[in-house]
Ligand binder design. Structure first.
Ligand code: SF4
Ligand code: SF4
Length: 317
């Protein structure tokens, strides 16, 4: 496994990052024990980097894996929160420290930023994180974003160390331009000294049938230190780590990983409240005949809508 430094920080991460959304209650909803086994397989293959979020509710399997793994301080944890003020961010950081049983969080991001305007709107939370960084509770601060404008904005903010942008070889889910525009923004941010790790290399699951091409596209971009991939089985971990290491994939491994394409499922008890429509960053949802409907061609299967549904009526299956 190759390790790269994240921008100007002293944090070194494996080129493959374990994306914890897939094992979380928003998607596969694995038990802490089952999720931990998949994470431990990733550690065994050289992965030292986990990406999660307060919103994913995936701290229990990560904690279980860290507890079972001998030297958990070697593992880099990135988490995120939608908190916009000091109080909310303090709660988010304390929850992460407590539930992950850590003395520090390596990377704390503002979740889903769109532009300089939204970053400024979260400034109290940023200032809290800066204080936490000085106290040694956080090592680096940044944003995650699906927006090209978000990347360009964070690049210009000195307090931001890390950017996690959505990027994949077909540009699915990128907001505000093409994949070429996103690559340009990422290269600009990299030139400004920001550490960058991409998310959604498989378009949220649309390109799982062609993982080699999807991963290679991102591995060839020098500005990216790492690529976060959601994985839900030991076979997926083995396949993705082999791809990143340039190792061959056996037919039996390919067969084990081959899966049906995932999709967004909306239960018939949806009450048509429209909350999910407002929360979808891709504008992939609408209300039709009193119930939510998805445009599958633009849905990136991020599962964010499901986390906001008061009726638990949406999930990625
Ligand atoms: S948030 Fe849930 S209940 Fe409301 S419209 Fe969306 S799926 Fe239906
Ligand atoms: S419909 Fe839901 S899963 Fe699809 S992009 Fe929107 S928030 Fe994400």
């Amino acid at each position: 496994m190759e390790y790269r430094r994240l921008g100007a920080t002293d944090i070194w991460v494996s080129r493959l990052c374990f994306g914890a959304l897939t094992i979380s209650p928003l998607q596969r909803d694995m038990t802490a024990l089952a999720g931990a086994q998949v994470i431990l397989k990733a550690f065994e293959q050289g992965v030292n980097f986990i990406d999660t979020s307060q919103f994913y509710r995936a701290y229990p399997p990560i904690r279980a894996a860290l507890n079972q793994y001998g030297s958990s301080d070697e593992i880099v944890i990135a988490t995120k929160s939608y908190a916009y003020d000091e109080k909310g961010m303090a709660l988010a950081l304390n929850q992460a420290l407590d539930e992950l049983d850590r003395e520090w969080i390596d990377i704390f991001l503002l979740h889903e930023q769109e532009s300089m305007l939204t970053i400024r709107g979260h400034w109290e939370a940023v200032e809290y994180l800066v204080k936490a960084k000085h106290q040694g509770l956080v090592r680096a601060i940044g944003i995650s974003t699906h927006h090209i404008e978000g990347v360009r904005a964070a690049a210009l903010v000195p307090e931001m160390d890390i950017i996690s942008p959505l990027l994949n070889y077909r540009g699915l889910g990128i907001i505000g331009g093409t994949k070429e525009d996103m690559v340009e923004a990422v290269e600009f941010a990299h030139g400004c000294g920001k550490g960058i790790y991409a998310m959604k290399p498989f378009g949220g699951g649309h390109y799982v049938q062609d993982p080699a091409q999807a991963l290679q596209y991102l591995l060839d971009l020098d500005a990216l230190s790492s690529i976060a991939v959601g994985m839900k089985s030991c076979e997926e971990v083995e396949m993705n780590t082999n791809l990143v290491k340039g190792l061959p994939i056996s037919t039996s491994l390919q067969d084990a990983v081959k899966s049906q394409p995932r999709r967004l499922h909306i239960d018939d008890w949806c009450i048509g409240c429209g909350i999910c429509v407002e929360k979808c960053p891709q504008n992939a949802l609408c209300i039709k005949n009193g119930q939510a409907r998805v445009d599958a061609s633009i849905c990136v299967l991020c599962g964010y809508c499901g986390g906001h549904c008061p009726e638990f009526a949406i999930k990625v299956i």
